[in-house]
Design a protein. Structure first.
Length: 192
């Protein structure tokens, strides 16, 4: 009996926390869920989450400023997106994730780098930004890193541990560091 009461109280607490977190976003679609704990949530009023989105625990969702006084970036996550744990996204300009995207655990997406002027601490330099777009139905494997200015095309597959430094064609399969195309999802021949 006591275990049932504790379980009931824990479920109510998690539902209340979920409603409180969801209300802070610019948009938070129906049947979407973010599993707690969140490692970081910065400027949630600049983050939009579609319907039927599942984000596992320990995510970092951050809209940041390229320089003091600038507007924070925007993060947009489409509908029916499945994101595994320890996901990290930070936008100083914009990161857009399309509908039906699958994202493995430990994936990091950044639309910016620190400046590299000599004799100035990196953290004090304005950020260098380039928008990131992940197309509908793309699949990013575990430990993928996506860097600024990259577009990943619709239905593209990014292999585990890849570092994506340049855009990926629709339907392409890429892998490696830096990521390079190794095939097509429809099986047509790919010449390197």
């Amino acid at each position: 009996m006591l275990a049932e009461l504790v379980d009931y109280a824990v479920r109510r607490y998690h539902r209340a926390m979920h409603r409180r977190v969801a209300a802070s976003f610019a948009a938070f679609g129906e049947r979407s869920a973010i599993r707690l704990p969140l490692e970081a949530l910065t400027e949630p009023d600049r983050i939009e989450i579609g319907s039927d989105v599942s984000i596992r625990a320990h995510a970092r969702l951050e809209a940041v400023r390229a320089e003091p006084g600038a507007d924070a970036g925007r993060v947009r996550i489409g509908d029916d997106v499945q994101i595994e744990g320890y996901f990290s996204v930070a936008a100083a300009e914009s990161v857009t994730i399309g509908d039906g995207v699958l994202i493995g655990s430990n994936v990091a997406i950044r639309d910016h780098d620190h400046g590299i002027a000599p004799d100035t601490h990196r953290a004090r330099q304005p950020l260098v930004c380039g928008p990131v777009e992940i197309g509908d139905f793309a699949w990013l494997g575990q430990n993928v890193v996506v860097l600024k200015g990259v577009t990943i095309g619709k239905n593209a597959v990014v292999g585990a541990n890849a570092v994506v430094t340049r855009s990926v064609a629709e339907g392409a399969i890429v892998a490696g560091v830096p990521a390079r195309q190794i095939g097509w999802i429809d099986g047509r021949p790919y010449d390197t």
